[in-house]
Design a binder for this molecule. Structure first.
Ligand SMILES: Cc1cc2nc3c(=O)[nH]c(=O)nc-3n(C[C@H](O)[C@H](O)[C@H](O)COP(=O)(O)O)c2cc1C
Length: 391
């Protein structure tokens, strides 16, 4: 196996024992914001199986940022759970990060501070139609200022609870990605229009988080290579954004793509688990709409191993920012290919959902291939059973 993949790396002051990150995959293991034992077991098992850095998914920075009411809001009430997660992972010799997130306009949560979902502009929220929240409002500068504070406070709280790093979610069509994307951001103030303006919100969040956590603490960002549809965030925008993040002291960027509310399977590829999504949908009208129109609305994208590599390599060639590759890593040879392309770290989702010991298996067998067949039922049943692999 590639020497580099199993060599340590320094992320600011943080030493990771190898280059593997369990990427954020919303676990669906909380009820009304309170995690159950499965969440603790999952992250402990990642650390026990040689994942250098495991990422807890969906830490909403405030109630407006929840997509579902069951997700965790990172405020004082979360501290005992965060401490327990950090202690368990450290006991097993691993490191732990949390993805700090705000969903922006596409919430379906019934827990919120602002009656209307928040976004860069007024946008139809098809997920909120049945929840009485059909349109987002364009955020005011006061909303923006408050959200910046909430990111900073959530980061500090996570650090104080023992987390080793934070990851700011700027991709996948979540709030910051909505601001970055000209398809959604129609503002004509200093937060809209040119890329320089569309980046501003993310930049102010990075600065506020750095100010809160201090100089010696790693900050990662997850960013789109591209949104996956026309007139949106492009690869060229990605290069400029990565350079901005570098200038603002971000320690590594995880390169992904897609827009959850518009091109949800662009970021995963493979099957669309429509039957399971229909079964899991709690709202009757939404369930019916999904059953009859789902296959026309939700586009399928073919899976291929390391599917983002051709795009990600273009970013690799244009910056010396530490980069994390994510997307379709399912084999030992795929890992070699990513390392050869010059990436610093590799983040993995489904292969680790299928097998917690995937890293050990590829270390011992250069021909090892994950049994994951991208059926994506782990996504389809997320809200119903929590994240698990059906294989
Ligand atoms: C069940 C599931 C839940 C996910 N939830 C998140 C999430 O909360 N945040 C995020 O950034 N990406 C999420 N993703 C996307 C993954 O982080 C990753 O980008 C994608 O699955 C591609 O990596 P893979 O091919 O190694 O699975 C999720 C993916 C899956 C399969």
């Amino acid at each position: 196996m590639h020497q580099k993949a199993f060599s340590p790396i320094l992320l600011r002051g943080l030493e990771l024992k190898n280059r593997f990150i369990k990427t954020a995959t919303y676990e669906g293991m909380n009820r009304d914001g309170i995690p159950d034992e499965r969440l603790f077991e999952l992250h402990a098992s990642m650390a026990a199986n040689d994942v250098a850095l495991t990422t807890v998914a969906y830490g909403a920075v405030n109630e407006d940022g929840l997509t579902h009411e069951n997700q965790m809001v990172i405020d004082e009430s979360a501290t005992p759970y965060l401490k327990k997660l950090a202690d368990l992972v450290h006991d097993k010799g691993g490191k732990i990060s949390i993805q700090l997130t705000h969903c922006g306009y596409f919430t379906r949560s019934t827990r919120y501070q602002s009656r209307k979902p928040l976004g860069p502009s007024r946008t139809l929220n098809k997920y909120g139609l049945m929840k009485g929240r059909p349109y987002s409002k364009a955020m005011t500068t006061e909303d923006i200022r408050q959200t910046i504070n909430d990111f900073a406070e959530a980061a500090l709280l996570s650090k104080n609870a023992g987390f080793d790093a934070v990851e700011i979610h700027m991709g996948h069509g979540y709030l910051l990605s909505q601001f970055l994307s000209p398809a959604i951001n129609k503002r004509n103030d200093k937060y809209g229009g040119s890329l320089e303006n569309r980046i501003r919100f993310s930049q102010e969040i990075v600065d506020a988080v750095r100010n809160a956590v201090g100089d010696d603490y790693p900050i990662l960002c997850k960013l789109n290579l591209e949104d996956g549809f026309n007139n949106a965030f492009t690869l060229k925008d990605c290069i400029d954004t990565v350079n901005m993040l570098k200038g603002h002291g971000v320690d590594a960027v995880i390169l992904s793509g897609g827009f959850t509310s518009l091109t949800p399977f662009y970021l995963m590829r493979g099957e669309v688990p429509l039957k399971e999504m229909v079964e899991s949908e709690p709202n009757y009208l939404q369930k019916t709409a999904l059953r009859f129109f789902g296959r026309f609305i939700i586009k399928k994208y073919e899976f291929s191993e390391n599917f983002f590599l051709p795009l990600a390599e273009q970013i690799r060639k244009s910056t010396d920012m530490p980069l994390v590759y994510v997307g379709g890593v399912i084999s030992a040879q795929g890992v070699e290919e990513v390392m050869d392309a010059g990436f610093d770290m590799i983040a993995i989702g489904r292969a680790l959902i299928a097998e917690a010991d995937f890293i050990r298996k590829i270390k011992n067998d250069l021909n090892y291939r994950s049994p994951c067949d991208q059926c994506n039922i782990c996504v389809g049943y997320l809200e119903k059973t929590g994240m698990k692999c059906v294989l």
